[in-house]
Structure formats: C-alpha cells, structure tokens
Design a binder for this molecule. Structure first.
Ligand code: ADP
Length: 277
C-alpha cells in the first residue's frame, strides 16, 4: 500500500468581480468550501488511480475537519492515522476574481502543529510526501522507513537536503527545479513542464520525456498533485519509466480539464482511456 504523509486543508473560496485592494472591502461574493491541502489532494488522486492509500495527517478539533476529509472518506482513503491536534484545521482563504486572478492566505493550523509524536508506525512499501507540514515530521518518518520514498518538493523550503538525499524519487515543477540544486542527483528526478509535459532523470541522465496530452484546459490547480500521485503509483506498480511518465502526464492533463482540485482528479479508467487515444 501507499502512505501519503502531508497536509489537509479546507479551502474557503470567495468568487468576486474584482480582487479587493489593500484596505478595501468587496461585497457580493459567492462562497464555497472545498477540501484541499497537497497531502489530501495526492491521497485522493492515488486512490482514484487504484492504489490502496492511507493518509498520515493532522486536523483540528473543529467542524472544518470533517469537511476537509470528505473526499478522502468518499474515495476510501484510510483515515486511521489522521490525528486531531490542539489547533484549528488548516484553512486556505482564497479570493478569485472574474478574470481568474487569485489571492491566497493560508492559516496552517493543525498542519503546523503536527509533531513527530503524532506519527504512527509506518509499514507500507511506498511513501509520498510534500513540504506543507513541518520538516521535522518528515525527517522523523523517514528515519525508520525502509520503503520507496517519493518527495514532491513543494512549496520551496530551506534545509531539506537530507530529505531530498533520502528520496528515491523527487518531483518538482520548473520553478522548484530552479530553486533547488538537483541536477546530477542520484536516483530519480521528475520535472513537470506544465503544458509541455514532463521529463524523468536518473542519476543525472535523461531517461524519459513525455508530452502533455492535448486537452481542453479549464483549471490547472491540482495538476501537479495528480501528476505526483500518478507517477509514484505507476513506478510502484513496476511500470517502465517511459510508460510511468506518460501515465502521470495523462493524469495531470485530465485534472486540468475540470474545475477544482480533488474533484477534478481522474480515475484509472479515464487515464487508461486517454492513453489509448
Ligand atoms: P504545477 O501545477 O505543480 O506547477 P505543472 O504546471 O508543471 O505543475 O503541471 C503538472 C503536470 O500537469 C504537467 O506535467 C502535465 O502533465 C499536466 N499539465 C499541466 N498543465 C497542462 C496543460 N496546459 N495541458 C496539459 N497538461 C497539463
């Protein structure tokens, strides 16, 4: 099975005609609450692609927690290792204008209050993580972990050299690839290139390149999380590097064809169908 170690957030979204400027109030907005957080996004994506998936995460003792976990629950992600901690559930306050510009302020809450003491014993054979929880928690989890480790090194975070060195697979977008010094790293490195697809490097050598399937793009949020989940699942299944990269690009591309993040994540059947066209 797959362990996802990461964040759970509730995204509180307001759609307005125009973004407020500093000190301004804009009224007439439309509200929605959407489950988010990179950890939760990746867990939903992996589960929909068929992987038996557990999430190791922290939420608050509040009404936001159940809302934040609703898709994980519906898709059948194991939630036994979701700990309730003394903080509020992670919240992202997102304002989106009619022309698609956004402002986002995150109150990390439980994700920041997550400590190594909250970790269960990890006995899966594959683990994937990202940098929306404290680095100390990731280091503690990896200390005794014997399985395959994938790290989506996002957002860009200092002092993660030891984590990146332990990772069997590092996944970054172009901005992140420029921010870390990864070229020539031992092991696997995937670099996503948005509408241009992705590359896979092994021990500093390019071993696979895949284009992004041509799709009708509606909303690119969540594409990187779906790609990371799909590549990790495919490699864990034993797919060849080229095949796994194409599988991940198809999952990323399909996510861009629908609004939202977790609900936009494709099923295995959809990815297989796109790969056959
Ligand atoms: P991030 O969202 O993390 O910045 P990217 O923008 O590189 O990551 O996108 C991740 C993956 O999602 C890409 O490698 C590609 O497979 C898919 N993707 C992103 N944008 C598009 C697009 N415009 N058309 C098709 N696929 C896309």
């Amino acid at each position: 099975g797959l362990t996802v170690l990461g964040s759970v957030n509730l995204d509180l979204l307001v759609q307005v005609a125009e973004l407020p400027k500093a000190g301004e109030t804009v009224t007439g907005g439309t509200y929605s609450a959407l489950p988010g957080g990179k950890g939760a996004n990746v867990a939903v994506a992996a589960r929909r692609l068929g992987a038996e998936t557990e999430i190791v995460a922290a939420v608050g003792d509040d009404d936001y927690a159940a809302q934040a976990l609703v898709n994980l629950k519906a898709d059948g992600v194991y939630l036994d290792a979701v700990k309730t901690v003394d903080a509020h559930t992670g919240l992202a306050f997102i304002t989106v204008s009619a022309d698609g510009e956004n402002q986002i302020a995150v109150a990390s809450g439980a994700n920041a209050a997550f400590t190594p003491e909250h970790l269960p014993k990890l006995c899966s054979d594959v683990l994937i993580t990202q940098f929306e929880i404290p680095i100390a928690v990731i280091e503690a989890a990896l200390k005794d972990y014997a399985g395959f480790v994938a790290v989506n090194a996002s957002p860009v975070t200092p002092n993660v050299d030891r984590i990146l060195a332990r990772a069997d697979l590092v996944i970054v977008n172009q901005g992140e690839a420029d921010a870390y010094r990864l070229s020539g790293r031992e092991g696997l490195l995937a670099i996503t290139l948005g509408g241009s697809g992705a590359e896979l490097w092994r021990d500093g050598e390019l071993v696979a390149r895949a284009p992004a399937p041509k799709v009708n793009v509606v909303d690119t949020t969540g594409a990187g999380d779906a790609f990371a989940a799909a590549l990790t699942v495919a490699l864990a299944e034993g797919q060849a590097e080229q095949e796994a990269l194409e599988f991940a690009c198809a999952a990323g591309a399909l996510t861009t064809t629908r609004l939202g993040t977790q609900t936009a994540s494709p099923t295995r059947v959809e990815v297989d169908a796109l790969l056959k066209t």
